[in-house]
Unconditional design. Structure first.
Length: 94
């Protein structure tokens, strides 16, 4: 069981640590910040894997779809927050 886990899980960590040079986390002020750094590094690793595995045109289509969905999400979020911000935030500057 350990050998299987070692083959599957530890390869990305080895690549990130040795080939990319991330042997330590610069942000050492709390677990939340370190977790954010590690999350960004893992996201970059996964995007790079997708870029290398998928055909270029399929990857471009996937990215365009992802950005389109993200843009719709942001627009909807702004619609929901607009009434709240005008209700709770005063336009007067003190």
């Amino acid at each position: 069981m350990y050998k299987l886990r070692q083959q599957i899980v530890e390869h990305p960590y080895g690549t990130i640590k040795r080939q990319w040079g991330y042997s330590y986390i610069i942000t050492k002020r709390g677990i939340e910040r370190a977790a954010a750094d590690v999350g960004l590094i893992m996201t970059a690793y996964n995007l790079r894997r997708l870029f290398n595995i998928l055909p270029r045109e399929l990857f471009k289509t996937w990215l365009k779809t992802l950005f389109f969905v993200f843009r719709l999400f942001i627009a909807r979020f702004k619609e929901i927050c607009a009434p709240l911000s005008s209700k709770y935030i005063s336009s007067k500057i003190y």
